[in-house]
Design a protein around this ligand. Sequence first.
Ligand code: NAD
Length: 548
Amino acid sequence: MADSGTPASMQLRGQALLQDPVHNKGTAFTDRERDALGLRGLLPARVHTQPEQVQRVLANMRRLPTDLDKYIFLTALHDRNETLFFRVVMENAEEIMPLIYTPTVGLGCQLYGRIYRRPRGLFVTAADAGRVKQVLQNWKQKAGIIVVTDGERILGLGDLGAQGMGIPVGKLSLYTACAGMHPALCLPVTLDVGTENEELLQDPLYIGQVRRRLRGADYDALVEEFVTAANEVFPGVLVQFEDFANANAFRLLHKYQDRICTFNDDIQGTASVALSGLKSAIRITGKSLADTRVLFLGAGEAAVGIADLVTASLVAQGLPEAEARKRCWLVDSKGLVVASRTDLTDHKRKYAHEHAAVKEFPDAVNALKPQAIVGVAAVGRTFTRQVIEAMGSFNERPIVFALSNPTSKSECTAEEAYAWSGGRAIFACGSPFAPVNVNGKTFVPRQGNNSYIFPGVGLGVVSCKARRVTDEMFLAAADTLAGMVSQADLDQGSIYPSLSRMREVSAAIAASVADVAFRRGLAGVPQPADTAAFIRSCMYEPSYPTYA
Ligand code: NAD
């Protein structure tokens, strides 16, 4: 583990200490520490405990009128007192995760230039070509994990250029809060290669380079230089690609997944959380995965990633690959993906089955009569009453996953899914929805959000120093997550465990991922006798050390 400023190594004193977010304890510095560290008089006299500080933070935050205000408030806390920030997030995951991540982070990114206060992470610009290694060397901690974006496809909001930095920052906060990844190991990076977003290009407060996107060979060369430099400066670092446009996301994953320790969360993390949701949903429908036809609205990173992992899961169960692929059907902006189409990219072609052309999604639903529909097109309101009623007409328990983010892009609301199916839909959503009452029964929809998966996968990979991240690890993560859904969860319509169990879930996923690494000879540390205990010993706890 990296040096987090243990008492022995802590050199800071006085005002400098209070300004340092890693070591600052605010009003929780004890009288002894105040004397020993030159803090006497710099703080009000009353010493508060961390739980008292948490109460103050929560009360102040809850008084704020909008989620964006809360996002700004929490960012400021993160900048001021990192330990307290993670304590607050960890103990209030259900309330705070939607504020520091989806859906609020979407607005945070759109307005990043306007709400900007302090830098966090590293910006590598197109102008840094040839000196990327020097830029990375300016980061003085020993990064174990990098989350990197180029800002081109931020959630379902499109190209936000350098303002996409909110995503790596938010994801890494979840790594620490959900999985106990040590904050000192976390490095958010934005490849600021320009933007095609006219509004941002015209905005005097835009924080990135004012230029059109770098493309083609120059773009590839910059990514290559970054990946190489990252591995030189931080040997073995896990590089998680995040919110790249799909043409680059698939290419870069294929280029690097067998060369470095890397994964793409939009493709592989999403796949794992959705597969897990399907595995829990079929406990309710009583059908096997092989008997579950899945129709995707969308044919991009999320859809193809999920379809690939469903296929891998079926192949692991013994189905031939060609047969397994036939369980998954895609609809893109031009209609059903079928063999006769000539406009398909390679990643869609794998799922182009023999079928007559179908233009509209509702017609595809009626033609294929799927057991499950999965919305990942970032087009809101597309699971209409007609679609949900059709699903309910040929399924006793239709599976309806409206996974697009943020909330404005959700294919339908939880209320619509339950109301239009007479309370029979097995529903999961990308952004959070409140519990819904239909016909006297309360349903608790939970988020099919990859934040159930990536923190545990990353923790597992980093803890055992795995050299590669494999599909088998994402299958293991999906199985572990599904295994943590109780009958009581299912009875209330929840196909994921409560967010309040996030650390327990992440620890279990990390152990299952590390076990794959040990089994496959991919780990860089000796296999411990007890993987779960080993993982727990690697997890960061946001408690204040005693400095004096
Ligand atoms: P993407 O850009 O790779 O793919 C979008 C796909 O939607 C493309 O195939 C496009 O052809 C298709 N599409 C666009 N308009 C359409 C229309 N009118 N009808 C049918 N298809 C249409 O994006 P992605 O990474 O796959 O993400 C898509 C959405 O899924 C986003 O909103 C994202 O936030 C969400 N998502 C959610 C999670 C989660 O954990 N819940 C994870 C990943 C992505």
